[in-house]
Design a protein around this ligand. Structure first.
Ligand SMILES: Nc1ncnc2c1ncn2[C@@H]1O[C@H](COP(=O)(O)OP(=O)(O)OP(=O)(O)O)[C@@H](O)[C@H]1O
Ligand SMILES: [Mg+2]
Length: 342
């Protein structure tokens, strides 16, 4: 190693970021994942000033006075709000840097595969605005596949399904390139919303979106469980208008989430139906890999195997696959630079 490149590695804080709808993660060269926060900001309506970011901002949701906006800038897997996305990216990059002696870092950012030119520009500008030297973008399913250790460089069909908060991305990857990709706006958030609707329709209970998420995480499933599980769900009774609760079980939760789960399965089926027979054969022998927080739904893999008759595996730590994959790209740049999209 040349001396200047050694010095560079010592003092640089090169970063990899998963800019997710639900969560943003930052991986730093040699240090692993150093930041994992909800993609939420709170902003003053009067001054446009950033008040809080991440978990602190998320905790304010539904509880702020009129003059404060709590925003999820990346809703639905695209940049819904440019200004707040920019503030959020800048904040996360700044807090991730080694303060004392750092050189301007290079960054690899995982972005949704459907990202437009304008959105790409916005992400790049935000990172440059935060003092980054060089920005490289990688599509999230590619990063997830790399992070999971799939042989993305081989000439074989690697089917990865990244079920995030806002979007599910289904991609077939071969020889460092994406041979097929579809991004649908149905993922974890839609499941939460489906539970909220179900509670309202079946139990006259108005619940918040994060209560819906809590139900999904605790008792949500895609395949019948071995035993019954239930939990108390809190909200406001629509009829009386006063706070109330309902005991909800996994069977009802499964029914409530059925539509979004089926939409995800349909997207996976479509990918296999639309690909070449050669890729289809690879996929049926190698199996499908699931990543993203939504893949943690109980029984999801089992239900998908039942539907498609193909083995399904889950990435070891599905919430961090994209960030870890972007980290691998960053740390092995000569091999992986060809997966960057800008
Ligand atoms: N244990 C769990 N069971 C079920 N769902 C979970 C669990 N943990 C997290 N989730 C869900 O995973 C989703 C977030 O996943 P992830 O962090 O991968 O999304 P993201 O990368 O931010 O979003 P996107 O990829 O769409 O931009 C949320 O909908 C969350 O409710
Ligand atoms: Mg994601």
């Amino acid at each position: 190693m040349r001396w200047n490149s050694f010095l560079y590695k010592m003092f640089s804080s090169d970063l990899a970021m998963d800019l997710g709808t639900a969560n943003t993660l930052v991986h730093a060269r040699g240090r692993g994942i150093i930041l994992n926060e909800p993609s939420v900001v709170s902003i003053s309506k009067e001054t446009g000033q950033l008040l809080a970011v991440g978990a602190t901002a998320k905790a304010m949701y539904g509880k702020t006075p009129d003059r404060i906006n709590v925003i999820r800038p990346m809703k639905d897997g695209v940049i819904a709000d440019f200004d707040s996305t920019r503030l959020m990216i800048e904040y996360f990059i700044r807090t991730s840097q080694i303060k004392r002696i750092s050189l301007k870092p290079k960054i690899v950012i995982g972005v949704p595969s459907g990202i437009t030119q304008v959105e790409k520009r916005a992400v790049i500008d935000a990172a440059l605005g935060a003092g980054v030297r060089e920005v490289n973008l990688v599509e999230e399913p590619m990063a997830a596949a790399v992070g999971t250790g799939m042989p993305v460089g081989e000439s074989c069909g690697n089917l990865i399904v990244d079920i995030g908060g806002g979007t599910t991305e289904v991609a077939i990857i071969s020889m460092y390139a994406t041979a097929y990709v579809e991004s649908i706006r149905v993922a974890g958030d839609e499941m939460d919303e489906a539970i909220v609707r179900y509670m309202r329709q079946k139990h006259n209970l108005d619940i918040g979106i994060f209560e819906g998420e809590r139900v999904k995480m605790n008792i949500g499933s895609a395949y019948p469980l071995e035993g019954r599980i239930k939990m108390k769900v809190f909200g406001r009774d629509i009829v009386s208008g006063i706070p109330g609760s309902v005991v909800f079980n996994d069977e009802e939760a499964r029914e409530a989430m059925e539509e979004p789960v089926n939409a995800i399965f349909a997207a996976v089926r479509k990918a296999i139906e639309n690909t070449t027979p050669e890729f289809a054969m690879d996929i049926s022998s190698r199996g499908i890999v699931l990543a993203g927080g939504g893949s943690l739904i109980k029984g999801l893999g089992k239900a998908l195997t039942r539907d498609l008759q193909i083995p399904v595996y889950r990435s070891k730590d599905p919430l961090t696959s994209v960030a870890r994959g972007a980290g691998v790209v960053l740390e092995n740049w000569d091999t992986y630079k060809r997966v960057a999209i800008n």
